[in-house]
Design a protein around this ligand. Structure first.
Ligand code: ZN
Length: 226
């Protein structure tokens, strides 16, 4: 194995790299021996990359025209830069259009900051790791299952998109709960209790306490802590 991820940071606000782009993955990457091997020195690398990810043709890179990135790979560029573009393209292919990237030296020989935009944090982190792995297999001329990674990214996207809407439902249930006055010590029907249970659990400032009246149908009530 060569090329080591030193750290992956999720940037969520104004940052060193961009004023406008606030959602960035910043990966610190040690190229190790690949520091001595830019893309043009690896036989067949550019062709394999082009074959695996033909849509990278759209990446204009510093050339500023379609095919620009491929031109850079053919002329010779370092693997951090290639990984940046692959990470962006993986996300784009999974339906998360991301287009900002930078790769700069981190001050130590062979160590780079590979920076690229994300739409969903977890997908961004996945893309960083997958891009390193994919570029490794391309260097080694090994087979690569790209579709599997794209499918993984799609699933991460779906999962994280479900998150906020579930959040909304809980929020609504919470409002309902407050509006109907099912406050502390009130004895609410079991069904409603079960319905609001996740809300109360979520709020965490409630706990469950058995009532002192065993004849009652609902033996529990929600008590506010403190
Ligand atoms: Zn570029």
């Amino acid at each position: 194995m060569f090329m080591k991820i030193i750290e992956i940071k999720v940037l969520r606000g104004p940052n060193y790299w961009s004023i406008r782009r606030t959602k960035l993955i910043q990966m610190k990457l040690d190229l190790e021996e690949m520091e001595q091997r830019p893309s043009n020195t690896i036989p067949g690398f550019a062709d394999r990359l082009q074959q695996l990810l033909p849509s990278l043709y759209e990446h204009r890179c510093s050339i500023g025209a379609p095919g620009g990135f491929f031109q850079r790979v053919n002329e010779g560029t370092w693997m951090g830069h290639v990984i940046e573009h692959v990470a962006l393209e993986l996300q784009t292919l999974a339906g998360m259009d991301c287009g900002f990237g930078r790769t700069r030296t981190a001050g130590t020989e062979g160590v780079y900051f590979v920076v690229f935009s994300y739409m969903e944090e977890d997908a961004g982190i996945y893309a960083a790791e997958a891009a390193v792995r994919i570029v490794r297999t391309l260097i080694d001329a090994q087979p690569c299952n790209l579709e599997e990674d794209i499918q993984q990214l799609r699933e991460i996207r779906e999962d994280t998109r479900l998150g906020p809407s579930t959040g909304c439902i809980v929020e609504e249930a919470d409002m309902e709960y407050t509006r109907k006055g099912y406050g502390p010590r009130s004895q609410v029907p079991l069904q409603i209790l079960l319905w609001i249970l996740p809300v109360i659990k979520k709020k965490q400032n409630y706990y469950w306490k058995p009532l002192k009246y065993p004849c009652q149908k609902v033996p529990w009530c929600a008590m506010k802590k403190g």
